[in-house]
Design a protein around this ligand. Structure first.
Ligand SMILES: O=C(O)CCC(=O)C(=O)O
Ligand SMILES: [Fe+2]
Length: 309
């Protein structure tokens, strides 16, 4: 094993890369990330998605800025992950979120369940790269060193970890631009309380030949990566392999995600359709008024009534 980061991973299950993002790169990524946090994703408006009260999710960060792709393919990262997971490793997920301040312990200690535990013997390796985009002085990522590869990943009850000596717990406090790699079978969590908003990105790497747990197949969690063509210049064949170019193993044709909010969605859709019809009617009335009264007499042009094709 030649990568010092892979060695640390073997030993502790976690390793910090304090200077992962250079300052100019970081600033650009922070702005791109923040631009997606201005509103919830809806219709033709990009934004965050929300499926729980305390986190605003940005799915598919590789679409946002070159920096997110470059961080995922940083040679320090790919070398360490390649050695630790094995040569078939791929980037399987790239998402980020804003954690909102709360004192509530909404997401406790756990190992990340991802593979089909009924079909896979042993514990296949998965590594995540976490990257902070804000300075983190509370609500930090925490990891129980040496807990990796010991048990099939699952939620962990507080009493199971109550006797852990404090020196065995790594708390990744750090400046924006800090990165850290961890074996996701090890016990970890975001700590509480979260006193200020935290922006963080998490990239997941595992071998795409490992069968996925049913829950993640149903959600299409590990869909082929969504990429931005503008950022794909200069990739090597190995980069393309890591990004899963042409790999259809986890691709699902005709996928439609199920939702618990079907009724809400249907009602919102109807109301919006009604609004579009009212707007269109308003547009017709305005055009007729303009024809009858002559240009300049029918008031200001109503906005938002244009068709785009
Ligand atoms: O938000 C955190 O600090 C923990 C994230 C986590 O558990 C994960 O990405 O698997
Ligand atoms: Fe996790």
């Amino acid at each position: 094993m030649t990568s010092p980061l892979a060695k640390e991973l073997e030993h502790h299950g976690v390793v910090v890369i304090s200077d992962l993002l250079a300052p100019a790169r970081l600033r650009a990524m922070q702005s791109a990330f923040a631009s997606r946090l201005t509103r919830q994703r809806w219709n033709d408006l990009d934004g965050y998605s929300k499926t729980e009260p305390y986190r605003l999710m940005i799915e598919d960060v590789l679409l946002l800025h070159q920096g997110f792709l470059d961080a995922a393919l940083d040679p320090r990262v790919t070398e360490a992950v390649g050695e630790y997971v094995g040569p078939g490793f791929q980037l399987a997920e790239a998402k980020g979120w804003q954690s909102n301040p709360t004192k509530l312990d909404f997401h406790g200690w756990h190992g990340d369940a991802w593979y089909d535990q009924t079909r896979v013997a042993g514990i296949p390796r998965e590594v995540k790269l976490g990257v902070y985009l804000t300075d983190v002085t509370s609500g930090a990522f925490k990891y129980i060193k040496g807990s990796h590869g010991r048990q099939a990943p699952r939620g962990v009850r507080p009493r199971e970890v109550a006797d852990t000596p404090p020196e065995q717990i790594l708390e990744v406090l750090g400046k924006a631009g800090t990165g850290f790699l961890f074996d996701t079978s090890g016990i970890h969590r975001q700590s509480v309380p979260i006193l200020e908003k935290r922006h963080a990105v998490f990239y997941g790497y595992h071998d795409a030949s490992v069968p996925l747990q049913q829950e993640d197949v149903d959600y299409y969690r590990y869909h082929p990566l969504l990429l931005n063509a503008a950022f794909l210049g200069g990739l090597t064949k190995e980069h393309e392999r890591i990004l899963g170019f042409g790999d259809k193993r986890n691709y699902q044709e005709h996928f439609v995600r199920r939702t618990e909010h079907r009724g809400y969605h249907a009602v919102a859709q109807r109301f919006f359709d009604l609004k579009l019809r009212i707007d269109a009617l308003g547009g017709r009335v305005w055009r007729r008024a303009r024809r009858l009264l002559g240009p300049g007499k029918a008031g200001k042009v109503p906005t938002g009534m244009g068709m785009r094709s």
